[in-house]
Design a protein. Structure first.
Length: 182
């Protein structure tokens, strides 16, 4: 292979790796960014929800996803109208009338909870692993100047998906335990 072609292949693979990482970052933000930021407590508290009822939430397949609470939301800034809102993956099953400080994103209220950390960590990790694996493979192609075997990268992606689940579960358990202690 001539030097010009090898350089062109390296440039294309390098650009592909950068585009892959950019798309991954955009996708994570578009899918889970605002909710994760609200759940992790980025920024000031948006308001208070007065809990009306709590229930076990389920996904479209019927699996429980944590406890959701419905209630009346009052913005922190004075004068705003109250409205009905759902507290997604609440840290506890609150009694009716309990007031909980929350942050909002995309029409729902969020607070830090072990289940929310698990759900968010799993979702973000499952989105990132394929993109990071592809970027790593493209980077290897750049280093070698030719296409390399993807077998090891495929196995690394599978291991990464398992690691995401384990790490998200561990983080969720740690957050849940810390919330019970503090």
């Amino acid at each position: 292979m001539s030097g010009v072609v090898r350089t062109a292949v390296r440039g294309a693979a390098g650009a592909g790796a950068l585009v892959t990482l950019a798309v991954a970052a955009w996708l994570v933000w578009a899918v889970a960014g605002p909710q994760t930021a609200a759940m992790l407590g980025v920024g000031p508290v948006d308001g208070v929800i007065r809990v009306g009822r709590c229930y076990e939430a389920v996904d479209v397949e019927g699996y429980t996803t944590g406890t959701d609470c419905e209630g009346s939301y009052l913005p922190r800034t004075g004068g705003g109208p109250s409205r009905d809102i759902v507290l997604d993956t609440a840290a506890d099953t609150y009694r009716p009338g309990t007031q909980v400080e929350v942050r909002t994103a995309r029409g729902r209220a969020y607070e830090l909870s072990g289940t929310a950390v698990f759900n968010s960590g799993t979702g973000i990790g499952l989105l990132l692993v394929p993109f990071l694996t592809l970027a790593a493979w493209l980077s290897a192609c750049v280093r070698r100047g030719r296409a390399v075997s993807g077998d090891g990268y495929f196995l690394a992606a599978l291991a990464g998906l398992v690691a995401v689940m384990v790490l998200a579960a561990l983080a969720g358990l740690l957050v849940g335990a810390a919330l019970m202690v503090f």
